[in-house]
Design a protein around this ligand. Structure first.
Ligand code: ADP
Ligand code: GLC
Length: 473
């Protein structure tokens, strides 16, 4: 089967979060299963672009309302990621260093999607499926079905939408409708949700199949989907949950070159301690105390706003028997607060405000616990990385966290689960973590070695997507 993944992120080309990890891994595993999976994404100006060799495969011209732009598509020459990677360049729109966060993101992703459809329309053959990820590519199922230039050739190509995060929907005012390629105007309802063009809603309506990145998240979306609850209920029949996997080539404590000491299940205790000592040295912490880390976007979905209060309370309540380390970026006020706490809790807490892939690897390896109090967690990859590195996940009972982490109080449980995204639940769980670390060495060591052997690789999920595509032929 030939599968075209269209997405805004793909690791290691450009990554802001888990979407990048998924799009950098799933196609590779699909190729390993004997299929031809390709990725098409915008050509941002990232390091990866400058450090690799490319060939030009297509050039075209588009109009977008009153504007006119040229685009080109380049392909990475060596297939080094394990799949064919195509970048779409549009000068003036996509040639930026960051992925998102610009005032003209609407125009940027509209132009990208229009260029992708135009390019596919010029192919000699048709791919078997177009797989779109999140709202940045959510207008493609509509475009191929209803845009006048594309529908004759492309409308019968099956489209799949994967919802990684329904909080962001890419809303576009109807005053900008003329930026879309001309479409069957009586189909406007397929773009609309609450009098706004809603790319995510449009994709849920127009894609042949919709998947979410865990089963629990699909259930939750029917009750809370940032305004799209009714739509997710209505489209139940074509929706299913497929749990994300992790790229076990990249996330492997035995071979990870970003950590100080590699280890396997046999050497986990010693290996983790060496990595912890490195972290403790870098951040002024005490390697004899349990180290609880947080890694992630500092936003409300991750309940990162609770961290300052929860961490200070936990340090006081548990008489300084625990250390904390935070790696993240996001809300500027929260960034400041977490940064200021470095002085206040010197020796007990530290943070690195920013984005650092190498530090994240060292933290998965060197921490004892990984805290994820998320309010919403469609899947979550951090907890699966933690498990693979023998780090006990402390997670709220929500979305993909519920589907991947069992509580240590349950039979063969490997984590600590709590119900509420609240300071109280977090500090209580910190108490359980300290107790496990200090008083239950046998259970702790069994949990560590057991969690490292759980198979969260993409093998089974990649096959589930293939089966889904096959059902559309
Ligand atoms: P989300 O996609 O919602 O941010 P996920 O758990 O799916 O959450 O994936 C987050 C990914 O981003 C993980 O690979 C995590 O290690 C990484 N990450 C998040 N914040 C940072 C950061 N500040 N520095 C390095 N890596 C980060
Ligand atoms: C989103 C979700 C996260 C998920 C990731 C990859 O960013 O917030 O839970 O793991 O996408 O699917």
């Amino acid at each position: 089967m030939e599968i075209i993944h269209v997405a805004a992120e793909c690791y290691p080309v450009a990554k802001a979060g888990g979407l990048g990890d998924v799009v950098g891994a799933l196609p590779k595993y699909q190729c390993e299963l004997g299929h031809v999976a390709k990725v098409v994404m915008p050509m941002y100006r990232t390091k990866f672009l400058y450090n690799n060799d490319w060939e030009l495969v297509h050039e075209g011209t588009r109009t977008m309302g009153p504007h006119f732009f040229n685009y080109s598509v380049i392909k990475e020459k060596t297939n080094k990621l394990g799949f064919d990677l195509y970048l779409v360049d549009i000068n003036g729109l996509l040639d930026r260093e960051k992925i998102y966060g610009y005032d003209d993101d609407t125009e940027r992703f509209l132009a990208f999607q229009s260029a992708v459809c135009d390019w596919l329309n010029k192919w000699q053959h048709k791919p078997d499926v177009i797989h779109c990820h999140d709202h940045h590519t959510g207008l493609i199922p509509f475009m191929v079905k209803y845009c006048l230039e594309f529908k004759d050739r492309l409308a019968d190509i099956p489209t799949v939408l994967t919802v990684h995060n329904a909080q962001y929907q890419g809303w576009i005012g109807w005053d900008k409708h003329n930026l879309l390629p001309a479409f069957d105007s009586w189909k406007w309802g397929m773009l609309d949700w609450n009098n706004t063009i809603n790319p995510l809603a449009s994709a849920v309506k127009c894609a042949w199949k919709v998947t979410t990145v865990s089963n629990s998240y699909l259930d939750e979306l029917r009750g809370a989907a940032n305004g799209l609850e009714n739509l997710f209920n209505y489209e139940q029949g074509k929706s299913s949950g497929i749990l994300n996997g992790i790229d076990t080539h990249v996330w492997n404590p035995e071979t990870d070159s970003m950590i100080i000491k590699n280890y396997d299940t046999e050497l986990v205790e010693k290996g983790k301690l060496k990595n912890k000592k490195e972290l403790a040295g870098q951040f002024g912490l005490d390697p004899d105390k349990p180290l609880i880390s947080f890694i992630g976007r500092l936003v409300g979905e991750k309940a990162a706003d609770l961290l300052p209060e929860a961490i200070s309370q936990a340090i006081y309540q548990h008489h300084g028997k625990v250390n904390f380390l935070v790696l993240g970026s996001g809300d500027p006020e929260l960034e400041d607060r977490l940064d200021q706490m470095n002085h206040q809790f010197n020796g007990y807490y530290n943070s690195y405000i920013g984005y650092s892939e190498p530090l994240s690897h060292l933290m998965y390896a060197g921490s004892d616990f990984l805290l994820m109090p998320s309010r919403v967690e469609p899947c979550g990859l951090n907890q699966m990385y933690a498990l693979r590195y023998g780090t006990v996940p402390m997670v709220r009972n929500v979305g993909g966290l519920r589907d991947t982490v069992s509580d240590m109080g349950d039979w063969q449980g490997v984590g600590i689960r709590f119900d509420q995204a609240s300071v109280w639940d977090i500090t209580y769980s910190v108490g359980r973590a300290i107790d496990l670390y200090q008083n239950k060495p046998d259970l702790y060591s069994w949990m560590r070695s057991h969690m490292m052997t759980i198979d969260h690789s993409w093998d089974s999920s990649a096959q589930q997507y293939i089966d889904l595509y096959a059902s559309l032929r």
